[in-house]
Design a protein around this ligand. Structure first.
Ligand SMILES: *Cc1c(COP(=O)(O)O)cnc(C)c1O
Length: 493
């Protein structure tokens, strides 16, 4: 008997909430009105008043609770099981983070509360900035951006600001071919031209490749370290020197910070600006599970360009907000996603410096263990038998069987696992990018590896069975292109 968690179980059907509606049914009752009733048309402009009542569903409280609880069981989450989605760092989110974020003093604080009455929240933000600066070696941090891609955008705005101040914003940004899709998008949104640099045959970016493209019109190099193949860019110091000598900035995509905490700091190896994905590295729910937060860290020269307002610590120990004149302005309403900051702060305080170092050590160890377990069945093109926090395999060995990466991913669903990231990074054909994270036990990694091996064996004996997977889910293969291009977003009633 397999220990794999993918077994058929009670699966609830659930119609649209509108289809459950029953006229006159109520979820709660209110006391009768003790003030004179006023018609909406007496208070609001005519054109804003509804002609008929909104067609809201009418249900009892238990019906509403069951509706949403059932729907929640149709989704997969890290609280269900192993979620090795590479580059996304789907680590377990400790429940104490939620406790802290729900403390009434944080949860019910209105963003317009004057600074004299929101000292605790400001202190938390300033201390979180200080901790992130220490982990990364960056000079200053802004917590305002709402996600990683937004942090990238903000950092590139700061770089444009600094270059403009020096006299020329320049027009190009270099990006290695292993980059995440948000990097070129960020560059384009900032009005720069993205230029791709090929990594070497061994998966690393070479200093020579950067030197060949680093001209006076290049504003920045954007690179991810460890990169998306799961390799630590060993030429990083030379690469940063080359960019700096030509007057450019180095942006470090910080999404893979989980691999290096307590071991290496981007600010120390030459990065001038980076984003943090609090929802990845610092354990807050994401990927449909909640809002993100993408703070940006910068070097001294870029600091005056960080978004306004900046929370600051005053000399008397109290906290305030500061408006800086050269700032790129506001990139988000209020201060950013404050609830996510509380969770990340809690996580950091819980672990401390030694704990964070251990996180990275265990994340790398787990990925390497998985690498060893699957390497006889799956081709692993880069790294010479080693990786950082993620192992990127491919479907090359399965080619004679006709089974592809997509089939492997669907087969994993039937075995109770969320598939890894597939077909990314683009430099690996048929990529299966697995990031187990530090929060998984040895047994879970072994069970996942066993499922991967079982799928490779099945591919050799009955490939068609995999073309038909998944079989244990509510629906089998979806037409993903149509679902993405022509989504049906309205209720039928
Ligand atoms: C997740 C990720 C991003 C984007 O971050 P979001 O928070 O999803 O906007 C950028 N780069 C890499 C390498 C990532 O993994």
């Amino acid at each position: 008997m397999s220990n794999q968690p993918g077994t058929p179980s009670l699966g609830f059907n659930e119609p649209l909430i509108y289809d459950r509606s029953c006229e006159g049914r109520q979820g709660c009752t209110l006391p009768s009105l003790d003030v004179p009733e006023v018609a909406p048309s007496e208070v609001y402009p005519e054109n804003l008043v509804r002609e008929a009542d909104a067609a809201l569903p009418e249900l009892s409280e238990p019906e509403v609770v069951r509706h949403y609880t059932r729907l929640s069981t149709w989704n997969f989450s890290v609280d269900h099981g192993f979620y090795p989605l590479g580059s996304c760092t789907m680590k377990y989110n400790p429940k104490i983070n939620e406790w802290a974020a729900r403390l009434p003093g944080f949860a019910q604080l209105h963003p317009y509360t004057p600074t004299s009455l929101s000292q605790g929240a400001l202190a938390l933000m300033v201390e979180l900035e200080e901790m992130l600066a220490e982990v990364s070696g960056m000079h200053a941090i802004s917590l305002q951006p709402a996600a990683g891609a937004h942090g990238e955008l903000t950092a590139m705005m700061a770089i444009r600001g600094a270059l403009t101040k020096r006299g020329n914003p320049r027009n190009k940004v270099l990006i290695p071919d292993t980059a995440h899709g948000t990097n070129p998008a960020t560059v384009t949104l900032n009005g720069y031209i993205a230029e791709s640099i090929s990594s070497s045959d061994d998966g690393y970016l070479s200093a020579e490749a950067v030197a060949a493209k680093m001209t006076d019109d290049v504003a920045a190099l954007m690179l991810t370290n460890p990169n998306t193949i799961g390799l630590f860019e060993k030429n990083i110091r030379d690469i940063c020197d080359i960019v700096h000598q030509k007057g450019g900035f180095v942006f470090g995509d910080g999404a893979n910070l989980n691999a290096i905490m307590g071991k290496a700091r981007p600010g120390d190896f030459g990065v001038d600006a980076m984003q943090f994905n609090l929802h990845k590295t610092f354990s807050t729910p994401h990927g449909g599970g909640g809002p993100g937060s993408g703070p940006v860290g910068v070097c001294k020269e870029l600091t005056p360009f960080l978004p306004n307002p900046r929370p600051i610590r005053l000399s008397d120990g109290s906290f305030s907000l500061q408006m800086v004149p050269e700032s790129v302005g506001r990139v988000r309403s209020f201060y950013g996603n404050f609830g996510v900051m509380v969770k990340a702060y809690t996580y950091l305080r819980e672990l401390g410096a030694a704990g964070l170092t251990k996180v990275s050590e265990m994340a790398v160890l787990n990925a390497n263990y998985l690498h060893r377990l699957i390497q006889d069945d799956y081709h692993i093109p880069f790294g010479n038998g080693r990786c950082m926090h993620e192992v990127v395999a491919s479907d090359k060995n399965l080619a004679p069987t006709g089974v592809t990466t997509l089939d492997v991913a669907k087969g994993l669903i039937d075995r109770g696992f969320h598939p890894p990231t597939v077909y990314f990074p683009l430099v690996v054909k048929g990529a299966l990018m697995c990031e187990p994270t530090e929060t998984e036990s040895r047994e879970t990694i072994e069970e996942f590896a066993q499922a991967m091996i079982e799928i490779a064996e099945l591919a050799r004996t009955d490939g068609d069975a995999l073309h038909r997977a998944p079989q244990l889910t509510r629906v089998s293969r979806l037409d993903e292109a149509t679902a993405a291009r022509k989504p049906i977003l309205t209720a039928t009633k």
